[in-house]
Design a protein around this ligand. Structure first.
Ligand SMILES: CC(C)(COP(=O)(O)OP(=O)(O)OC[C@H]1O[C@@H](n2cnc3c(N)ncnc32)[C@H](O)[C@@H]1OP(=O)(O)O)[C@@H](O)C(=O)NCCC(=O)NCCS
Length: 312
């Protein structure tokens, strides 16, 4: 049966979506109404809602965003009420959302999940969804990880401090004076992360951009968040699991020519120390594959996802 999927309207639908969220994924992935709404405000948002006898029984979220010089679409969430599953509704809603994205001009690919903001960066492996998405044509062959570390017993290892002294590397949070040098670095080395740096500067979160300098040269950087960050940011949304004092770090990058000098791991160590001093207990690093790298500083695997992209 073809259903009528309405456009999601927050004023009308958000409270019911929170109920649907709780009954479908909320026990594994608890989220407040405020955080659900923050994520749903993502770029070029277009979400679908299905009601039956007034009750919201299914929901899908889509965004579109730049990826490098391209534009990509995102199937950011798909939920069907437990008592309405196995009736073809999820499949139909998936196709409606996917077809909607496919018809948008200029899209190069569609991602299962989203980049920023995101609920998930792929199919979460702690939900029994892989068979469904595989049937819908998504290849789920890889695994990516989130890691977490309780910072209460963290301190920067002496060997890292000494190595950075030998290498002549210093670490500073960005300021209005250094932000342009950081922008130039990202544009040259990590074009995909330039947008994040610009966004953070636009909301005033300079203190969350940590820069590694060799003399006056920017040689590496990363992004942090803490409860002091601008409340619009969604770098960590799982405070229901990690605590309201959770923080995060990510987008760890070292210039290609400077790799192997210990700068990458030192960036993570200095950022962890800064976050600890800002009162962060659990530090979250998401969507990564280099678990051994972060494991060197005591970060441990937390949750896992199967990412999937379909080029158009
Ligand atoms: C990952 C990255 C930040 C590492 O920076 P780096 O300055 O070269 O790394 P370091 O010199 O600090 O390496 C520290 C340790 O991690 C190990 N390591 C470095 N890169 C690694 C990698 N890609 N895979 C596994 N281990 C790695 C090093 O061997 C070293 O180990 P040791 O302490 O036993 O000698 C850098 O390669 C980079 O910018 N990559 C592209 C961006 C990226 O993938 N970022 C991570 C995801 S957000």
């Amino acid at each position: 049966m073809a259903h009528h999927f309405a456009i999601f309207e927050p004023e009308r639908d958000l409270a019911d979506l929170v109920t649907l969220w709780q009954s479908t994924v909320g026990s594994q992935w608890p989220l407040s109404a405020e955080r659900i709404q923050l994520v749903l405000n993502g770029p070029e948002a277009h979400h679908f809602a299905l009601r039956e006898e007034g009750r919201l029984i299914a929901f899908a979220a889509t965004f579109q965003s730049p990826r490098g010089h391209d534009k990509v679409g995102h199937l950011a969430a798909l939920l069907v009420a437990p008592d309405k599953q196995r009736r073809g509704i999820g499949s139909e809603l998936h196709d409606v959302a996917f077809n909607y994205l496919q018809q948008q001009p200029g899209l190069r690919a569609i991602q299962l999940g989203s980049i920023y903001p995101r609920f998930w960066c792929g199919a979460p492996t702690n939900l029994p969804v892989a068979p469904f998405f595989a049937r819908k044509g998504w290849h789920l062959d890889e695994i990516v990880y989130d890691m977490v570390r309780d910072l209460r017993d963290f301190s920067i290892p002496t060997r890292i401090v000494e190595r950075m002294q030998r290498e002549g590397i210093r670490f500073e949070v960005a300021t209005p004076e250094t932000i342009d040098a950081l922008r130039a670095f990202e544009e040259r080395e990590f074009y995909n992360w330039l947008r994040a740096v610009n966004y953070m500067a636009s909301v005033g979160d300079y203190q969350d951009l940590l820069i590694a300098f060799d003399g006056e040269r920017v040689v590496g950087s990363l992004v942090t968040s803490s409860p002091r960050s601008n409340p619009e940011r969604t770098d960590v949304i799982w405070q229901g699991l990690l605590g309201e004092d959770a923080g995060s770090l990510g987008s760890v990058g070292v210039a290609v020519s400077e790799r192997g000098r210990g700068i990458g791991i030192a960036l993570v160590a200095y950022a962890s120390e800064i976050l600890k001093q800002r009162g962060v207990r659990n530090c979250y690093i998401d969507w990564l594959v280099l678990t051994d790298f972060y494991g060197k500083l005591g970060y441990e695997n937390w949750r896992t996802y199967q990412p999937s992209w379909r080029e158009l």
